[in-house]
Design a protein around this ligand. Structure first.
Ligand SMILES: C[S@@+](CC[C@H](N)C(=O)[O-])C[C@H]1O[C@@H](n2cnc3c(N)ncnc32)[C@H](O)[C@@H]1O
Length: 180
């Protein structure tokens, strides 16, 4: 989503195209588990942060719970059976404590974590549309052209009414660290 006054750059988290000490804040959510060299990504964050700048980091949260999780799992299972496996890069991270220790080792100072809670209402059709639309969940260089048809069949086979919203309680916890 465009943010007025902001620019967007596509780059590797392990080689950020920013000068050292030039960035006021970093938000990184649901990304670190996808980076095998996750410590390099944290080092890059520490490098680009300006003095007093903060990083706000969440390892992730379940996108869906309950019946919507079963629905999205059914979709990914069917895609896998059809020869379309998901991207399975998973960094060797035991949990937020290990990430916090790594940020401390980089000289950053822990602040109070931030926890955000709320309930979203999402329809099964929206879940399938999201599963179909997000291309970077799949291994690279696969032909994803059959995903819409797969999604429609999973939706048709589901006992859930496609357009009835299902409440999804969600809690997101962020580590917050500051550069001295
Ligand atoms: C689960 S998505 C999270 C996206 C977004 N932050 C969110 O919460 O919806 C993981 C993202 O990590 C990105 N990613 C994976 N490896 C990366 C890397 N080495 N450098 C930069 N981004 C990477 C992928 O492109 C993908 O957009």
């Amino acid at each position: 989503m465009p943010v007025p006054g902001s620019t967007f750059t596509k780059a590797s988290a392990t080689a950020l195209p920013h000068a050292s000490g030039s960035v006021a804040g970093v938000h990184i959510a649901r990304v670190l588990f996808h980076i095998a060299e996750w410590r390099s990504a944290l080092a890059e964050i520490a490098r680009v942060l300006a003095p007093g700048g903060r990083v706000c980091l969440s390892l992730g949260w379940p996108l869906y719970t309950g019946p919507l999780r079963e629905l999205s799992n059914a979709f990914y299972d069917r895609a896998s059976e059809a020869g379309l496996p998901r991207d399975d890069v998973r960094a060797d991270i035991s949990g937020p404590d290990q990430v916090a220790a790594a940020l401390t080792d980089l000289g950053l100072v822990a602040e109070d974590p931030i926890e955000v809670s709320g309930t979203l209402s999402i329809t099964p059709r929206e879940v399938i549309a999201d599963c179909v639309a997000v291309a970077d969940r799949w291994r690279p260089a696969q032909d994803l052209g059959s995903l819409p048809t797969l999604g429609a069949s999973v939706l048709a086979d589901s006992p859930l009414p496609a357009d009835t919203p299902v409440p999804q309680p969600r809690t997101v916890r962020y580590l917050v660290f500051r550069r001295r």
